[in-house]
Structures are given as C-alpha cells and as structure tokens.
Design a protein around this ligand. Structure first.
Ligand code: ADP
Length: 542
C-alpha cells in the first residue's frame, strides 16, 4: 500500500522558490570580480535566475545539456546555477586553478555547450577555444561597461538578462534528473566527473542543515569562502537559501585582508573553507592585531586541520573550528566533529582530540572500515582501515562510466581512498590517503599526523611528509618544510620538536627545506607533485 502524501519531487529549484517566498528580502552580498561590493536579495536572485533560464532556452539548451561555469563565488554565478538547474540542464563547475590541459580534457569529456565565465578567465578561454569544439558560446559574467572588446561568439551576461523574458517554468521533471557535474581535481589521477542529481543535492542539503553539522539557522550570516567549483561548493549555495541565511560571496579575493574585511563589515557568523585559507587569515590577524567581533565558527575541511590552527582560533579569537571530512564523490560533506553527550563528559584534553578528528557521519551517510580483502574491521579507535561510505548522495559511478562498471563493493559501499580509524563513539579519524600513507616494515605511518605536529612549530609555514624508498624498511618518512618568511632553522630543531610526540619509528629519516610547497587546484598541498619532485631523493642511510 502506498502512503497518501503529496508527490513533491525533490528538485533544487524549490529551494530558491522557498527563499524567494519566505526570505525574499534577505541579502546576498558579493565582492564582485570588477571590484566593488554589491548587494542583492534572494528575491532578486530568483528573478534574475529565471531570466537566465530563458536565455539558456533561447540558446537551445535542453534538459541534460551541460552548461559550464568558470567563475568565482558571486551572485551571478549562483544565478547561473539555479537558472540552469531549474530547467533540467546540468551545471558543470570548472575549476580555474586546473592546468589548461586538464580543463580541455574536462570540457571535452563533459561536452559543454556554453561556458559562463568571469572577466578574469576570458584570456584563458580564448586560448583554449580551438581545442573545445563543443562550446558554442561564451557568456562573460559582467555588464557592457566593464566588458572589454568582445568577440562575436562572446556575449555579455547583463545584456542577455535585460533582453530575456522574466517568466520561466522551473521543475516538473523527475527528482533523479542530473543537476550538477563536478570533476575531482585529479590530486590522485585523471579527473573523474561526479554527476549530482536534484534528489542527491536536496537530501545533502537537508542533511547538512542539521544542527550537528554546522549549527546554521536563518539567524546566521554565512561567508562562503569554499569556491562553488570545489566539490559542489560544499552545498552552501543550497543550504543558505534553504535556511534563509544572509549569504556573503567573496568573489576572487581569498587573501587574509579581504576575507577579514568581509567578515567584519558584513557581520559574518559562520564561514567555511580549506585550512590554507584560515592559516592566511590567522597570519593577517596576528600581523595587524585584528579582531573577529561577530564570527562564531569556521567549518574546515578538504584537508586535515592542524591542531595549532584550532587552538589559535579558539584561544586568540574565541572562534570554534568545526572539522569536517568530505569529498567530491559524496556531495561532499561526510563527517563533522560536533561533540555528543558522551564526548562532552570527557576530559578537556580528550574533548580537544575529539574536535581534531574528522567527526561522526552526517544523517543518511553510513560508513565502515575494511581491510585490503574487504573484511570489516572494528571501530576501536586503533585499527586502521579503508574508509567506505554509502548513502543517497554518494556516487554510484562516474560520468560516462559503462553502466556495468563497478565502483561499489558487494554491500553497496564506495571506497573513499582514505585510510581511517573509527572510535567507539563513532568519530572518524582520517589517517591518510591510501596513496600517501607510509608503509614502513609492514607497519603504517600517518603523514597527516606528523605534518600536523610540525605545523605547530612557530617557524613553520607549511609542512609535507612523503614516503621515500628505503632498502630495509621499504618506505620511510621524509619531512619537507617551508619556513615562515625570515626564519632559519636546522634539521635537528624539528626532529627534537617531534621527540616524545610520536613513536620513535615514526621519526622522519630526513628533513628538507624548500622555498615553496606546491598547492593543488583546491588549495591543498599537492603530494602527487611533491612525490614527483622528490622521486630521485635518496635518504641518508641509517
Ligand atoms: P581531490 O580528491 O581532487 O583533492 P576532493 O576535494 O574531493 O578533491 O578531496 C577529497 C579528499 O580530501 C578526501 O578523500 C580526503 O583525502 C581529503 N580530505 C577531505 N577532508 C579532509 C579532512 N578533514 N581531513 C583529512 N583529509 C581530508
């Protein structure tokens, strides 16, 4: 027997409809690519996104066609998301930090028909143009005044919107219709397309609006630092209109001073992004003796947050860091380190350790640990295993995989490629990426743990630990350090600093100083590149 409730397909256009109707005057503030900070509302954003739908229909865009964006976080970018998704087209977010070769590969693989781009990327797209034949039009996200000489096949966003009719019909299709396409940044191989559906985005939105995730409500002001092109923008472009929070979008400027200015001028209460952004903000605040007068919490993920960063924000600025783990393939938020009643009664030191873990699974997300043979491992907080996840916003297979291609295990779990422990309270601790873990004499050494300890050293700006080939132990850790400007140090300073903090056999065999460490397309340290750079490195024999 079926239930007798309304059949209301979970399509994301309904999220913006809701924001328009019930939070229509709530502000959306953008630091534009052109420079000034401009103000809009959910009501205006909705009206403009509808016009954009008509622009797309005028281009002949049909359901399932890919509409790409190469853009920073701005209201215009959100208008393209909703304008495309509302009519059943697929919004494909391109990451401008990728190499040109990767962009060409991704655009061709996705078969994008139109690209909406910020002014900053026009020269790049002109270079790529001869190699991306599926792209019929380029729309520049600006107005006539700011656009430089446009080519014939380049159009201006504001002109198109002005000329478009205001009414468009959204929705009316199956909730399993594709809504968004995001390629993994290729940190661990060729980029792979994750094709989100309306339903998966809707359920992910509901899951992360739970209080135990980021504790957000209509009373919050959210600065979405995580780029909309990185892992589905962590879902914030759906969560904020869904809840009716005021939304602040930082455009291209993610440096410490620019972020600080927006946090203060817009009275931001919550923000989110990868650890490197917060380390830059911290350096700026310390240098200028800056204050954070309204910010309560920062959601940090994408890479492990060093404990020095958590302590600094808590002790110097009274700001809580909520550590989250996720990946493009899981929409992306999988776990968050909010405490439970059980952990709230632990000692302060233990609670701090809990806050440093990646946390517990969000609603609708299941997780397990398995060994290399796929057998389940205990959740005892000690046993390392491959972290496997399952749920309605976890990928089943990648875009253009053969339907028969198996990406899940026999129980329907997806292998995240991460190695983790899970403690008896359900808190996940990511030990490493399976590819980054150091296998020394049959035992595993976590590169993340050593990096985080070293990051607490006052002279260190960035640290990476990689595996180096070793005759006897097969692999041993090499510590690579970028010092803060003006600092000098000796190798032994860091080995002495680690003594007593890690077991002796985890101690790096050598320390190397570098002027810079490469960051990948999502702002994380690019281990693949570092491994390449150090491929010929020989450890001193011990
Ligand atoms: P890419 O794989 O291209 O870097 P993603 O943003 O999808 O792109 O990265 C997901 C990966 O980032 C995870 O599989 C995990 O290895 C790492 N990661 C994400 N959040 C955390 C975290 N809080 N701690 C440690 N690693 C993390």
């Amino acid at each position: 027997m079926h239930g007798l409730m309304q059949n209301w397909p979970l399509t994301v256009d309904k999220i913006l409809d809701h924001a328009k109707r019930w939070h229509g005057a709530t502000e959306v503030v953008t630091r534009t690519v052109e420079g000034p900070v401009v103000r809009s509302t959910y009501g205006e954003l909705h009206a403009r996104a509808r016009r954009l739908s008509n622009v797309l229909l005028g281009f002949g865009i049909k359901r399932g066609d890919r509409v790409a964006t190469l853009a920073w976080n701005t209201a215009r970018h959100m208008e393209v998301w909703y304008g495309a998704m509302g009519i059943g087209a697929v919004c494909h977010t391109l990451n401008p930090r990728l190499f040109a070769e990767q962009l060409v590969y991704i655009i061709n693989h996705a078969d994008d028909r139109v690209i909406f781009t910020d002014l900053s990327f026009v020269p790049l797209l002109r270079d790529l143009r001869p190699r991306i034949p599926s792209v019929e039009r380029i729309v520049i996200l600006t107005d006539e005044h700011s656009a430089q000489a446009c080519r014939k096949d380049e159009l201006i966003f504001e002109t198109l919107l002005n000329e478009a009719s205001p009414n468009a019909v959204w929705g009316g299709f199956d909730e399993n219709t594709a809504a968004g396409l995001c390629y993994t940044s290729g940190t661990t191989g060729d980029p792979k397309g994750v094709l989100y559906s309306h339903r998966s985005n809707f359920l992910h939105t509901l899951s992360i609006t739970n209080a135990d995730v980021f504790s957000l409500s209509a009373r919050d002001v959210v600065l979405s630092v995580v780029p909309m092109f990185h892992a589905n923008g962590w879902g914030l472009a759906f969560v904020c209109p869904g809840l009716g929070c005021k939304l602040v979008l930082p455009g291209p400027k993610l440096d410490g001073p620019s972020i600080h200015e927006l946090l203060e001028s817009e009275k931001v209460t919550f923000t989110a992004g990868v650890p490197t952004v917060w380390q830059m903000l911290l350096a700026h605040l310390r240098e200028t003796r800056g204050k954070l007068t309204t910010l309560k919490c920062i959601g940090v993920g994408g890479a492990a947050v060093p404990d020095a960063t958590v302590r600094a924000f808590r002790d110097e600025f009274g700001v809580q860091i909520l550590h989250a783990w996720g990946m493009t393939e899981i929409s992306p938020i999988g776990t968050v380190s909010s405490p439970t009643n059980a952990t709230a009664s632990l000692s302060a030191a233990e609670q701090f350790q809990v806050s440093l873990s990646q946390g517990r699974t969000t609603m609708l997300m299941d997780a397990k640990l398995v060994d290399d043979a796929g057998e389940r491992l205990p959740h005892d907080g000690k046993t390392f295993g491959r972290l496997m996840v399952k749920g309605p916003f976890v990928v089943e297979r990648y875009f253009r995989d053969e339907p028969t291609q198996k990406r899940l295990d026999g129980e329907g779990f997806f292998d995240t490629g991460d190695v983790a422990t899970i403690d008896p309270h359900g808190f996940v601790k990511i030990t490493d990426r399976a590819k980054d873990i150091i296998k020394s004499g049959g035992e595993w050494i976590s590169s993340i743990d050593i990096e985080n300890l070293v990051m607490a050293h006052p002279k260190v700006a960035l640290a990476a630990v990689i595996a180096c080939a070793h005759e006897k132990w097969s692999e041993r850790p090499l510590l690579i350090i970028k010092l803060r400007p003006g600092e000098s140090a000796a190798k032994n300073d860091f080995l002495a600093f680690l003594e007593g903090k890690i077991v002796t056999w985890w101690m790096p065999d050598d320390v190397v100083f570098v002027d810079d460490l490469p960051l990948g397309a999502t702002g994380k340290i690019d281990k693949k590149l570092i491994r390449k750079q150090f491929a010929d490195y020989r450890l001193p024999m011990r």
